[in-house]
Ligand binder design. Structure first.
Ligand SMILES: Nc1nc2c(c(=O)[nH]1)N[C@H]1C(S)=C(S)[C@@H](COP(=O)(O)OP(=O)(O)OC[C@H]3O[C@@H](n4cnc5c(=O)[nH]c(N)nc54)[C@H](O)[C@@H]3O)O[C@H]1N2
Ligand SMILES: Nc1nc2c(c(=O)[nH]1)N[C@H]1C(S)=C(S)[C@@H](COP(=O)(O)OP(=O)(O)OC[C@H]3O[C@@H](n4cnc5c(=O)[nH]c(N)nc54)[C@H](O)[C@@H]3O)O[C@H]1N2
Ligand code: SF4
Ligand SMILES: [Mo]
Length: 694
């Protein structure tokens, strides 16, 4: 008999609402949840490949304990009891000898993040981190420096925008289904798109205006736009008068950064910069300068993100229709949010974090997430103290932290590495114990609290029984907690009990999710009143261009611009990104997606390639101070001559992931582990590489 289960996709972190059709315990069809506006049947290629993942016999099938040297691929299959007892025993010894703080748990933020945070709080470790800083640490800090809110508390009203400007935000390839559909609708209604990227992407081809910017110079472009907007009085004065402090300081700082100056730095003509400034000001406040995630990823990234946010502020697009808005939680609609395990009381933790976030040495990144790329430095230097055990939970430090060889060297120092994953990732391959999680079709998950203009709750509901000997992550952690004597913080045995515990007091029950997959706290969109009702969390209660957050920590709000260096002859700036067929480092071994995009290639400009004798399709060696690899050249006019580009997520080292093993090159192997030490993002586009015929 066929049944329909409403759930949440998890082929990537966007967690699109889905409708899953199930017959005889098999998934027969998946599509976007028709009850959710913007989803109606849509899925991206990765979402459609979920069925292939369910059937994949190369994903993790049972707990494994290492029997040979790390990375040798020698394993013995273990029962859950054996594997959990083993890890529990080792953790207990490590905690006894070195304290709870010697245990680190890193994960990609997910629905059960509150469970892993609770696990660490319970053992007295401050060392929980998420992927957040690797993805958008400086965006987060930039938002807090201006509004007092994090980027996660802000959203974009794509559907009603009149003009959206993307800086390397490759919107139509690095996909979020609902956002894509909403913007397409706006474009059909006449919205304009400006796209800025050293590389011609799919998004570039759909834009009304495309600028091939010199890599790394987005900040210069933005300073020129701000200069024109202030000089020609193109900004929303009534908004800035009411809500913004520091306009005068910005005005005097920005004077030297004219459009003519920026033309030199960016390669974009001064007259075009003037045209854009005037054009957007006519559409304000329904304008979005998208603050993005990646793109110009350098050690000064915080100032680049701030400059994008300042452009929105000048357009008055904050909490405006067609602009940016603050997400509203259940409280704004008079409701109660679901409970989290972290709401419980824990013994206090005195120790600083391993990454020093929140101390005077690294004051500004978000301590709720930490900074993962500090992990290798902390382990190798035993600074601030020795770390002994790592639990990698849906996160691969070997592929997702720049400078893989440094990370590998650091991991070698650890006494225990445990991975909770669904695939044979590189970190699983290198672990002592592998604990396999059931995939999203096979497990119910914690409640998703979806804040937004209409606060809602979503539920990932188990659709089929697990194909292999796997468990939900929240159950795995609870079982480990039992074994080290902190089980009382985990009041459930199965996911359904945890979800019910979360829902207590909200007025909703699990059955309320059956018919549509979600529940709403209100039917009306909640906008704050732009005249008097905006709620900024800065000390002044206003948007602070001159940021008290930055200045109190000893940083300037407006440091002078420093020219982006041109790569020496024969070298290129390494730039990286995603494609529509893959999620980061997760999907390269998927039976279906590995056929669509089996390897990465090195994009290189035609004239630059000619100079070093490289032909399209030839194998080339790409090398940096940190590593090297051999990859196929994609010779094209569609990339700036200073840059080369490769997809992130290839060059896997785990041999049992046979469809992707050794295909292409890992960008992490080439990159240097260097960061924006104010904002917290890694400077992923800092590294120069040499390219030579292989
Ligand atoms: N299909 C797919 N979609 C995804 C994801 C995925 O893995 N796969 N991941 C999700 C996540 S976590 C994220 S963070 C987002 C990422 O979303 P995006 O940031 O849109 O994705 P990237 O592919 O990293 O795009 C980076 C772009 O920046 C360009 N670039 C490089 N240097 C510069 C520069 O100096 N200036 C400018 N303006 N551009 C530059 C590169 O050419 C590249 O096109 O995507 C999300 N959506
Ligand atoms: N060099 C370099 N580093 C980068 C980036 C880059 O472009 N280049 N991009 C950065 C960005 S934007 C981001 S967001 C991060 C992402 O960094 P990661 O979180 O490390 O990457 P993902 O591919 O999302 O997932 C990591 C692991 O989760 C596993 N996984 C997938 N689904 C599940 C599940 O249901 N349960 C469990 N337990 N595991 C699961 C996958 O098999 C994979 O091994 O990387 C950052 N790091
Ligand atoms: S964007 Fe694609 S992979 Fe990500 S959750 Fe949505 S459908 Fe799934
Ligand atoms: Mo990301």
């Amino acid at each position: 008999m066929e049944k329909v289960v409403y759930s949440l996709c998890f082929m990537c972190s966007v967690r699109c609402p889905i409708k899953v059709c199930v017959e005889d315990d098999a998934v027969t069809w998946v599509e976007g949840n028709p009850h959710v506006p913007g989803m109606e049947g849509s899925l991206c290629p990765r979402g459609a490949a979920g069925i292939a993942l369910l059937k994949d016999h190369e994903r993790l099938q049972s707990p494994l304990i290492r029997t040979g040297p790390r990375g040798s691929g020698k394993w013995k299959k273990a029962s859950w009891r054996e594997a959990l007892d083993f890890v529990g025993e080792r953790l207990k010894e490590i905690i006894k000898e070195h304290g709870g703080r010697s245990v680190v748990l890193g994960e990609r933020t997910q629905l059960s993040t509150h469970v892993s945070q609770t696990f660490l709080k319970a053992i007295g470790s401050p060392n929980h981190f998420t992927h957040d800083a690797l993805c958008k640490g400086s965006v987060n800090t930039a938002c807090r420096s201006l509004f007092g809110h994090t980027d996660a508390q802000m959203g974009f009203d794509y559907k009603n925008t009149k003009h959206i400007i993307f800086y390397g935000r490759n919107f139509f390839e690095a996909i979020e289904v609902k956002a894509v559909n909403s913007l397409l609708e706006a474009m059909e209604n006449g919205a304009r798109v400006t796209y800025v990227d050293p590389r011609v992407t799919v998004t570039a081809t759909k834009a009304n205006r495309y600028w091939m910017i010199r890599p790394g110079t987005d900040l210069a472009l933005n300073y020129a736009l701000i200069n024109v907007i202030l000089r020609e009085r193109l900004y929303d004065k009534s908004f800035t008068d009411r809500w913004v402090t520091g306009i005068q300081e910005l005005e005097s700082f920005i004077q030297p950064y004219t459009a003519e100056w920026a033309e030199n730095e960016t390669g974009i003509s001064a007259s075009e910069i003037l045209t854009l400034a005037r054009e957007v000001s006519r559409d304000k406040p329904s304008v979005i300068f998208h603050f993005g995630y990646r793109g110009a990823s350098h050690t000064n990234e915080i100032f680049m993100r701030r400059s994008i946010l300042i452009l929105n502020i000048l357009m008055g697009s904050i909490e405006a229709k067609g602009g940016l808005f603050f997400k509203k939680g259940p409280g704004e609609a008079g409701g109660k949010p679901p409970r989290k395990l972290t709401d419980q009381k824990f013994p206090p933790i005195e120790s600083p974090r391993f990454d020093k976030v929140g101390t005077p040495g690294f004051p500004l990144p978000d301590p709720a997430h930490g900074v993962p790329q500090m992990l290798p430095h902390a382990i190798l230097n035993e600074d601030p103290y020795p770390l002994k055990a790592l639990i990698a939970y849906r996160f691969d430090p070997l592929m997702s932290i720049p400078e893989a060889n440094l990370t590998l060297k650091a991991l070698e120092k650890l006494d225990l590495i445990v991975t909770i994953d669904i695939n044979f990732s590189d970190i699983a391959w290198y672990s002592d114990v592998v604990l396999p999680e059931s995939i999203y079709f096979e497990r119910t998950d914690c409640i998703q609290q979806a804040n937004g203009l209409k606060p809602q709750l979503f539920l990932r509901t188990q659709a089929v029984t697990p194909r292999y000997n796997t468990l939900p992550g929240a159950v795995i952690l609870k079982e480990l907690a039992e074994r080290i004597g902190v089980g009382s913080y985990f009041p459930y045995n199965a996911m359904e009990e945890l979800v019910q515990w979360q829902l207590e007091g909200t007025g909703f029950s699990m059955t309320d999710f059956n018919s549509r997959g979600f529940v709403s706290y209100t039917d009306k969109q909640i906008f704050w009143d732009r005249k008097d009702g905006l709620k900024f969390k800065t000390p002044s209660g206003k948007i602070e261009l001159l940021s008290s957050l930055l200045e109190k920590a000893g940083f300037e709000s407006f440091p002078p611009y420093e020219t982006m260096p041109v790569p020496p002859a024969g070298q290129f700036r390494l730039t990286v990104g995603r494609c529509a067929a893959h999620t980061h480092v997760s999907t390269q071994n998927n039976p279906y997606l590995s056929e669509l995009v089996p390897e990465n290639k090195l994009w290189i400009n035609t004239k630059a390639a000619e100079r070093i004798g490289i032909k399209d399709g030839a194998m080339v060696t790409v090398s940096s101070d940190k590593g090297s690899g051999t990859i196929k050249a994609h010779v094209t006019d569609l990339i700036h001559p200073e840059a080369v580009f490769m997809l992130h997520g290839f060059g896997h080292r785990a041999e049992l992931a046979t469809r992707t093993f050794n295909r292409g090159v890992s960008d992490s192997l080439l990159m240097e582990n260097i960061s924006d030490l104010i904002g917290g993002s890694p400077a992923l586009h800092h590294t120069f590489v040499k390219v030579t015929p292989a």
